[in-house]
Ligand binder design. Structure first.
Ligand SMILES: Nc1ncnc2c1ncn2[C@@H]1O[C@H](COP(=O)(O)OP(=O)(O)O)[C@@H](O)[C@H]1O
Ligand SMILES: [Mg+2]
Length: 156
C-alpha cells in the first residue's frame, strides 16, 4: 500500500522484512549531516530499522539498542552514524555533561529514537519516520522536513 505527495509517504508493513526492506532503501540515500527522527512506542520497530540500515551498509557486528549508553557510534562504508535512544535521557544537564552537543558537526548521520526527550537540544529532522503498531504489522509514515529530506524521500 502506498500513497504519496512530495513530502510524505504512508506505508503498511506486514512484517519485519518490510521494515528491513525500507532500511535497505534508506541506507542507499544517507548523506553526511542527515538527521532522522524515529517515533513510535516501545516495540514499534525503530531499532529494527537502524539495524537494517547498518546491515545494508555492510555492518556485521551486533547492533544493540543504546538503552543505557543513550548513544552508539558506527563507522561503516565511509559514513559516521550515531544511533541515539533517548528514552532514558533525564534532562539538559545530562545531555551537556555527556558532550552530545559536539556530535552534531554537520558530518555525522543521526538516527534518533525518542527525539521528543531532547526537544530544543537536537537539530530539526530532515526525515521523520513514525511507526504505529497495528494488530498485524505496522503503519509507517515518512515525512521530509528539509530539502535534503525531500531528496531522500523522492529516491526511496
Ligand atoms: N513491520 C513489522 N511488523 C511486525 N513486527 C515487526 C515489524 N517491524 C519490526 N517488528 C518486530 O517488532 C519488534 C520491534 O522491536 P524494536 O525494533 O526493538 O522496537 P523499538 O526500537 O521501536 O522499541 C521486533 O521484535 C521486530 O521483529
Ligand atoms: Mg529501540
Amino acid at each position: 500500500m502506498h500513497s504519496h505527495d512530495d513530502s510524505r509517504i504512508s506505508l503498511i508493513f506486514v512484517d519485519e522484512n518490510a521494515t528491513i526492506a525500507l532500511a535497505q532503501r534508506l541506507a542507499a540515500q544517507l548523506k553526511p549531516g542527515m538527521v532522522i527522527y524515529l517515533h513510535g512506542d516501545l516495540g514499534a520497530g525503530k531499532t529494527t530499522l537502524v539495524r537494517g540500515v547498518l546491515n545494508a551498509l555492510g555492518y556485521t557486528g551486533r547492533v544493540k539498542s543504546p538503552t543505557y549508553t543513550l548513544i552508539e557510534p558506527y563507522h561503516i562504508s565511509g559514513l559516521d552514524l550515531r544511533h541515539f535512544d533517548l528514552y532514558r535521557l533525564h534532562d539538559e544537564e545530562e545531555w551537556e555533561a555527556a558532550g552530545f552537543r559536539d556530535e552534531f558537526d554537520g558530518h555525522n548521520i543521526f538516527f534518533i529514537e525518542w527525539p521528543e526527550k531532547a526537544q530544543g537540544l537536537i537539530p530539526q529532522a530532515d526525515v521523520e519516520i513514525i511507526f504505529e503498531i497495528l494488530t498485524q504489522g505496522r503503519k509507517v509514515e515518512i515525512h521530509a522536513n528539509t530539502e535534503m529530506g525531500r531528496q531522500c524521500l523522492e529516491q526511496l
